[in-house]
Write a protein that binds this ligand. Structure first.
Ligand code: MRU
Length: 312
């Protein structure tokens, strides 16, 4: 547990993945921005004493959005607060921002529940699910996106088991998904990423469900690196591949996956390497829409061009 008060602390928590997963990053950024303004603006904290909250807002927002580039939920949440700020007077600014940040958190909980309810139809009794990375309660404010239908099916008494890709290099599947599912009493088997294609060929998996960091207007999906390979293998073996995400992950302003900025992370994450070895360490990849069997959102199953999204 960490207390985050200053903007630098919030940004550090997002960059170092202390808070991670697209929806959780959005919620943390919104609440973090408000808390930082409350502590650092005029009349409050020490460093920026004398600077009104409204003057700090734009530079703080810019720095937060730059913390991680791929998950659209970060910019979505921060820009939503900027819009709120544009409609209120200075004396009610912080209260209005706090109320909206809290609303973003509460809406995320509700969106996860809705995704879970809509997704129940793809988790019949006895379902065997493969997932990649962690798109569960440790990635959102609620019960998750990809794991939401799994949690609800289990609560309803359906037998469900999950195969969790380890998710190299930071091992979100092994560390987070396995922990979360074990805690919920859901049987989980962790496999190295490189074994996913063989598992899919073996007939041990009925359905693949993954989360998303950004869904382009044409349906291309950015998610944790390795997702694309899982989607290719699922298609090769005739297994449905679903992407689960809140509506806020659909980015009307990004026409296709080619325009999604992919975060590249430090070589250290790959562990010990021969001195001088060069490293290519993208944190995400793009799965083309052709490989996606369905998009599971809080509005139900939707498909490109996602006509409910403004601007598409
Ligand atoms: O680098 P991370 O751990 O933030 O990556 C997370 C993912 O790729 C998740 O699958 C995605 O954000 C969806 S979380 C509901």
């Amino acid at each position: 547990m960490r207390d985050l008060v200053r903007l630098d602390e919030v940004i550090d928590a997002i960059r170092t993945l202390a808070v991670r997963g697209a929806p959780a990053i959005g919620v943390a950024a919104a609440i973090g921005l408000v808390v930082a303004l409350e502590h650092e603006s005029e009349g409050h904290g020490v460093p920026a004493r004398g600077v009104p909250a409204r003057e700090l807002l734009a530079p703080y927002a810019e720095r937060l959005i730059a913390a991680r580039p791929t998950a659209v939920n970060l910019a979505w949440a921060v820009n939503r607060l900027l819009t709120v700020a544009g409609g209120v007077a200075d004396d009610t600014l912080l209260a209005a921002l706090r109320a909206d940040a809290e609303a973003i958190r509460a809406e995320d909980v509700a969106m996860c529940d809705a995704i879970g309810r809509f997704g129940l139809c793809i988790i019949p009794d006895g379902a065997r699910v493969l997932t990649h990375c962690n798109a569960g309660s440790l990635a959102t404010a609620g019960i998750g996106t990809a794991l939401a239908p799994v949690h609800l099916a289990h609560r309803e008494g359906r037998r469900v088991q999950v195969y969790a890709d380890e998710t190299r290099p930071l091992r979100q599947g092994a560390r987070l998904t396995a922990w979360e599912l074990q805690r919920a009493g859901i049987p989980v088997t962790v496999l190295p990423d490189g074994a996913a294609a063989s598992l899919l060929r073996s007939g041990a998996v009925d359905v693949v469900i993954v989360g998303a960091d950004r869904i382009a207007a044409n349906g291309d999906v950015a998610n944790k690196v390795g997702t694309y390979g899982v989607a290719l293998a699922a298609r090769a073996h005739g297994i449905p591949f679903y992407v689960a995400a809140p509506w806020s992950t659909i980015d009307a302003a990004t026409p296709s996956g080619a325009e999604i900025e992919i975060e590249h992370r430090h070589a250290d994450e790959l562990g010990d390497l021969p001195v001088g070895a060069r490293v290519w360490n993208p944190a995400f990849d793009v799965t083309p829409r052709e490989l996606v069997s369905g998009y599971l959102t809080d509005r139900g199953f939707v498909k490109p061009p996602f006509s409910g999204v403004t601007g598409v």
